[in-house]
Design a binder for this molecule. Structure first.
Ligand SMILES: Cc1cc2nc3c(=O)[nH]c(=O)nc-3n(C[C@H](O)[C@H](O)[C@H](O)COP(=O)(O)O)c2cc1C
Length: 178
């Protein structure tokens, strides 16, 4: 089975999650490629697509939206899962808020995406520029102070659990080769 993990990331944390997911699928003997959406020219050879995008200003990154627009007809014919990386999910009502506001249901339905899974991301305030801080201050749709979120919140165990669940749905069996 051939799997493509296609990600959109600005500061790299979603890319690292994508890489981690790829490595886990490799343990299930899948043939896996992991690439930035901007670098993908052809998806025809893949059976399964795992999409991953960071959330900025409460929406999916533009590069992911452009990728989906480019390949929408093909994606709709494949087995597709998606994860989104954000910080809003860390708040008290986070999961519900993110599923309601950060997931564009018409797109999910049109592309036959089986599941959208939110993961907590990483935000180091000294790694983002003033323009981004300004945007975050103006547009972040949470209740808790932005300054409160200044760290790496990625839960690698939760990410592994999600991948293992997909592997089970796909009836993937582990590889003992390496
Ligand atoms: C300019 C900017 C805007 C952001 N907007 C949101 C937002 O609206 N909601 C949210 O939950 N997280 C928001 N985040 C947090 C990111 O989703 C989080 O840091 C994510 O891990 C970034 O992924 P990346 O490192 O792959 O770019 C924002 C981050 C930045 C820098």
């Amino acid at each position: 089975m051939k799997i493509l993990v296609a990600y959109a990331s600005v500061h790299g944390s979603t890319g690292e999650i994508a890489q981690f997911i790829s490595n886990l699928f490799k343990a299930y003997a899948a043939e896996v490629e992991c690439a930035k959406v901007e670098d993908i020219q052809d998806i025809s050879s893949y059976d399964v697509i795992i999409l991953g995008t960071a959330i900025h200003e409460a929406i999916w990154l533009t590069s992911m939206l452009q990728f989906l627009d480019r390949f929408k007809a093909e994606i709709a014919t494949k087995i597709t899962y998606m994860f989104i990386t954000c910080i809003r999910v860390l708040e008290t009502d986070g999961y519900e808020h993110v599923m309601k506001n950060y997931v564009h249901t018409p797109t999910v339905e049109a592309l036959h995406i089986r599941e959208v899974q939110p993961f907590a991301g990483k935000m180091k305030l000294d790694h983002i520029n003033w323009n981004e801080r300004w945007l975050l201050g103006l547009r972040y749709d949470g209740n808790e102070l932005k300054q409160h979120f200044n760290g790496d919140y990625r839960d690698w165990y939760a990410i592994s659990t999600w991948v293992n669940k997909i592997a089970q749905h796909l009836s993937l069996k582990p590889s003992f080769e390496s």
